[in-house]
Design a protein around this ligand. Sequence first.
Ligand code: MG
Length: 382
Amino acid sequence: MTHPTPNHLQSLAPYAAQDTASAKRVHTEPAAKSRTEYGRDRDRIIHCSAFRRLEYKTQVFVNHEGDLFRTRLTHSIEVAQIARSIARNLRLNEDLVEAISLAHDLGHTPFGHAGQDALNLCMQPYGGFEHNLQSLRVVDVLEERYGNFDGLNLTFETREGILKHCSIKNAQLLGEIGQRFIDRKQPSLEAQLANLADEIAYNNHDVDDGLRSGLLTESQLMEVTLYGENRALVEQAFPGLMGRRAIAETVRRMINALILDLVTTSEKLIRAQQPRHIDEVRNAPVLIAFSDKVRADATELKQCLHTNLYRHYQVQRMTSKARRCVHELFALFMKEPDLLPPDYLVPDNEARQARKVADYIAGMTDRYAMREYRRLFYVDDI
Ligand code: MG
């Protein structure tokens, strides 16, 4: 079989990640025969168990609160959709942005940011817990699918995109993949893009979910430029339209406006810098960005979501419960490690035991964590 070249690869920009030129794996493998190397990364991610768990992990709303709210799985799919759409416009590598997008949240704990904050607090004496690092740990170490290596053996560019933030202290422990944080260099444009596609996705779906839940009101959002302007366009196009359809029409216009601004601004930045190769991208300033006006609009929207949704008392109640659940599970496992499944037991080494407990808890879905909590703390539950 000859190596297929998807149409979009024929017109990749010179500064895009090139499948054949880069795409190095830690363990050398024969070239993929039926797909691109970054396509192979994407496929490995889709087939791994951490990816399936995303279905039952909280984005903002805990999984059992309603069937229509986003989960980490649907969030990741939306990020991939937005990232691919932008990548095609900028002639970047679509397979790579898709792989990064689908993997970017694999290391998230149950219960969203509340879970991550609680686990990070528990792990303070042992180096902390950070979900980006954990996503990398999932694909590098924790997945057990291959006979000759741990993890998924993904390409450097996919791993670099997954590790979007990292402290200098942690970067020093990571070798090649952490080096750019020490040298203050940029990752590929595909990684820069996936990061902003994440932001476009969550800002918009949190508006949609927030309104659906009734915790966020349209009058709060009308104060926000991005929502207000696009809601006015919907009123012009469909006078008198209300309810779900009006919200959906507004949200899709917001997503579109953000994507168009990102494409136009990034094109300008790229044109000014003229990178001829991915290595020049790494040494250049950030080249994938919103305009100043839209950056300010996006920040205003984020602020509104923080004040009215993420800090809503009903969300806080769930967040508080989630924190206690993670905290108490961690404390119990550290005190009585023989309650852990044998694979997670590390005798006589407190720091490594703590990391294993963190791996165990981070790998739990919301409902698994709640079930585990009941099994361990309630006498009448087995
Ligand atoms: Mg995300």
